[in-house]
Design a protein around this ligand. Structure first.
Ligand code: SF4
Ligand code: SF4
Ligand code: FES
Length: 509
């Protein structure tokens, strides 16, 4: 590979790459605002100016005072160039740290802050704001403009998910480009010039496509904030874990930002993976985190509707085992879940085999639209993992389960997960059976028709893996502790198996 030198370090590059891209790939950050590795080059912020110390220099005209002549005379000096637009060339020598570059970085930074409100204490971006970081790294001087700053619109509702503050905006156009190039929807643009610039909506439009939260994600400052996250948490209190989105079978990689003090997840952010989601996530996927706290089942229950009563953990497992023992193995339906991990599904498939049933089903959500950007047509993260766990056995749907219950072919059910495509009334025939056991993290139609419901861990509390629609196995780690008395589903399945006289660890041999 050809090489160039950046700040004394040799950097290999692919022909056609820019200095910024090649440095970024090597883990070297040249200060930048408008450049983003997943977007086209705009080269408008000028924060990435570098000095070419060899060849290919562009000349910048300037006037220099000539003492002998007693007047200014025209001359030239090498022009600083934006690293985000500058094609890397063999043997080029570049500086991003010499005095001239440092002076340019400080000037650009000062310029960007001239009219900025500097309202960091009430800004959601504080703590992860490039203006803050670069002020300390590349400027650090007091404000010289003491007159009233230019005022612009604040708190502008761009749509159901995003609020815009034009005074904080540095006009990098990343938000415009993410709409144009990722969402393929030219809903944002820029108006006016100079310090009157602001981002605007297309006439008659709202920012309402399926990737609106990516505008906030790419905004390097606090100009775009998400309706969901704003004013809820200070980012320096948040820790981050590595997750996989449960929104669909694409399996976008995520940063799971949570506050360990409260055991609460506050947001998801895309985790770069060139083979899966590049740099992006869709809005529905970003919001899947909110399911965690909503409608959780945290206590075992028995009975249905008004007769439902709470049970102790052992009592619930004993009762579930008793009800399942009363069902003939060949008439027992075991329902795997396309929302649960492969590990949970494997344990359940193993229990089904140990109990002698071949009546396997797969519960999955429906009612969703995919696209040709990121979103899979399947809104379940692990249909492939559930199918893999069944090891070639036929998996019927939950609507077929209802038919089989009605025909008498199924007389008892052991089901994993809350998710099913059917509504409660469609699953109503299951309430005619005494032995319907649900292992679930949340309430839902499937747990609602169960005679025994046992809580199991949710996605943020366990390690495990999903298989996405490309067949890639993607593992994730827990970020939150298990709630009291709640285990991962595979562990609960092992405990239930023991009460049914089956040792799944042995069955694995
Ligand atoms: S709103 Fe943010 S992303 Fe959009 S131009 Fe302004 S600073 Fe850049
Ligand atoms: S495309 Fe699918 S996996 Fe990716 S963020 Fe959206 S819902 Fe989640
Ligand atoms: S990052 Fe190069 S000009 Fe903005």
């Amino acid at each position: 590979m050809p090489k160039f030198t950046l700040d004394g370090k040799e950097i290999a590059f692919e022909p056609g790459e820019t200095v910024m891209e090649a440095a970024w790939r090597e883990g070297i950050e040249i200060p930048h605002y408008c450049w983003h590795p997943g977007l086209s080059v705009a080269a408008n912020c000028r924060m990435c100016l570098v000095h070419i110390e060899s060849g290919r220099q562009m000349a910048m005209p300037q006037l220099v005072f000539d003492e002998a002549k007693g007047e200014y005379v025209p001359t030239t000096k090498p022009k600083l160039q934006p690293a985000c637009q500058l094609a890397a060339a063999e043997d080029m020598v570049v500086s991003s740290t010499n005095d001239e570059v440092k002076a340019a970085q400080a000037s650009v930074q000062e310029f960007l802050l001239l009219n900025h409100p500097v309202d960091c204490p009430i800004c959601d971006q504080a703590g992860e704001c490039k203006l803050q970081d670069y002020y300390y790294e590349h400027q650090g001087t007091l404000k010289r403009k003491l007159t009233e700053p230019v005022h612009k619109p604040k708190g502008v509702r761009f749509g159901p998910t995003i609020i815009y503050d034009a005074e904080r905006c540095i006009m990098c156009t990343r938000c415009i480009r993410v709409c144009d190039e990722v969402a393929k929807d030219h809903v944002l643009d820029m108006r006016e010039r100079g310090n009157r610039n602001e981002i605007i909506l297309a006439p008659g439009r709202e920012l309402d496509h399926k990737y609106t939260l990516m505008t906030e994600h790419v905004c390097p400052v606090g100009a775009l904030t998400s309706q969901d996250f704003r004013f809820k948490a200070r980012v320096w209190f948040l820790k981050s874990g590595q997750g996989v989105c449960t929104g669909c079978a694409t399996g976008c990689n995520t940063h799971v930002d949570y506050d360990p003090r409260y055991g609460k997840v506050y947001r998801l952010r895309p985790r770069d993976n060139p083979d899966v989601n590049q740099f992006w996530m869709c809005d529905d996927g970003m919001m899947t985190y909110a399911r965690h706290d909503r409608d959780r089942l945290l206590m075992p229950t028995s009975g249905r509707a008004e007769e439902r009563i709470p049970l102790g953990e052992d009592e619930a497992l004993d009762l579930a085992a008793e009800k399942l023992k009363a069902v003939d193995g060949s008439k027992l339906a075991v329902v795997l879940s396309a929302q649960h991990t492969t590990e949970d599904n494997l344990a359940l498939a193993k229990l089904a085999a140990a109990l002698g049933t071949s009546q396997l089903y797969l519960a999955a959500l429906g009612g969703w639209q995919g696209d040709d950007i990121l979103r899979s047509d399947d809104n379940n993260p692990n249909r492939a993992g559930g199918t893999r766990a069944a090891d070639g056995a036929t998996l019927k749907s939950t609507s077929e389960l209802v038919t089989d219950v009605q025909s008498g072919a199924v007389q008892g059910v052991l089901a994993l997960g809350w998710a099913a495509a059917e509504k409660l009334e469609e699953l109503a025939p299951l309430v005619t059976l005494d032995g319907v056991v649900s292992l679930t993290s949340h309430v839902g139609a499937l747990p609602a028709v169960a005679s025994v419901a046992i809580p199991v861990a949710d996605i943020f509390e366990i390690e495990g893996s999903f298989v996405n629609d490309k067949g890639m196995t993607q593992a994730f780690s827990p970020v939150l502790s298990l709630p009291a008395g709640v285990d991962p589903a595979w562990k609960t399945i092992h405990d239930l198996a023991a009460r049914l006289g089956k040792d799944l660890a042995e069955a694995a041999q």
